[in-house]
Unconditional design. Structure first.
Length: 276
């Protein structure tokens, strides 16, 4: 491997499939919504050659504000308040120091220095909806470790720059409904294993860069969003809404990597030739 390949934040995207039927060609991208590497240079020529770019849902500030607003409305049935044991709360509070500080001094003080829980991370998220609380922690934690690239936003920006037609496959209200359907116990269980998050993240990056979707999904069972409301219920919706564009050809569809297996099966059942 060259020194450039080791040092660059740009990587080759291997989670892409060519879709063909009746001499019409399109591409399906399994997106890493957040990742420590960028794929902009790889995506750019594919978007340039496409007539239409398809994304899961709207990414503008107004719609993102709706997600934040809904996520803040926790209650007895949807928040984490009272659901986590003392040890888990302590581990979550440690993450605040890891996120905010490049050193482990804060973690040491949290563990041995008698720091109280007041104003720590858990108290900032306990009254939010469980999925918003989790994402607050997870995204900041991953960003602290260099996960600063978002393929969906990159694809949208490239498409806009090149004057491409962009369509969103879902409305933000549908996506919020899906988020509300994430079982709280899945989130609680994942928050109980914060000590394994680094290992989980490294595994995800490894298999994603290799283009090994089976390997990637084999370790996804514990992740909160790997559930019916996010995957199984949405796969058919995403597929049915992208179909008219695939029938015309020359489309580029960007959906989360966990949707790929389900959508591929539907494509094959409809007579499409799907190749990586």
């Amino acid at each position: 491997m060259s020194l450039y390949a080791l040092l660059t934040t740009e990587k080759k995207l291997r989670m892409m499939w060519k879709i063909e039927k009746d001499k019409k060609t399109s591409y399906l991208v399994g997106a890493a919504h957040f990742f420590p590497y960028s794929f902009k240079k790889f995506l750019s020529p594919y978007i340039n050659n496409a007539n239409t770019v398809l994304l899961e849902g709207p990414l503008d500030e107004n719609n993102m504000d709706k997600v934040v607003e809904q996520g803040a409305k926790g209650n007895n049935n949807s928040s984490l308040d009272g659901l986590l044991d003392d040890n888990t709360i302590t581990e979550i509070n440690k993450l605040e120091y890891i996120i905010q500080s490049p050193s482990y001094y804060g973690t040491f003080m949290m563990t041995y220095g008698g720091q109280s829980r007041n104003d720590l991370l858990y108290n900032q998220i306990k009254d939010k909806r469980s999925w918003m609380a989790f994402f607050n922690i997870w995204f900041y934690y991953r960003a602290r470790n260099g996960w600063k690239y978002t393929m969906d936003m990159d694809a949208l920006n490239i498409a806009k720059e090149k004057g491409k037609e962009v369509h969103f496959l879902e409305k933000i209200e549908e996506q919020i409904k899906a988020l509300n359907g994430i079982p709280v116990e899945r989130i609680v269980n994942f928050l109980k294993i914060t000590n394994k998050w680094d290992k989980y993240g490294k595994r995800y990056v490894k298999y994603y860069l290799k283009g090994d979707i089976k390997g990637l999904l084999s370790g996804a069972n514990d992740f909160p969003t790997y559930c019916d409301s996010i995957i199984d219920k949405r796969d058919p919706v995403l597929y049915e809404r992208m179909k008219p564009f695939l029938e015309k050809g020359n489309a580029l569809a960007v959906v989360g990597i966990t949707h790929i297996q389900g959508i591929k099966k539907m494509l094959v059942n409809d007579g499409y030739d799907v190749k990586m």
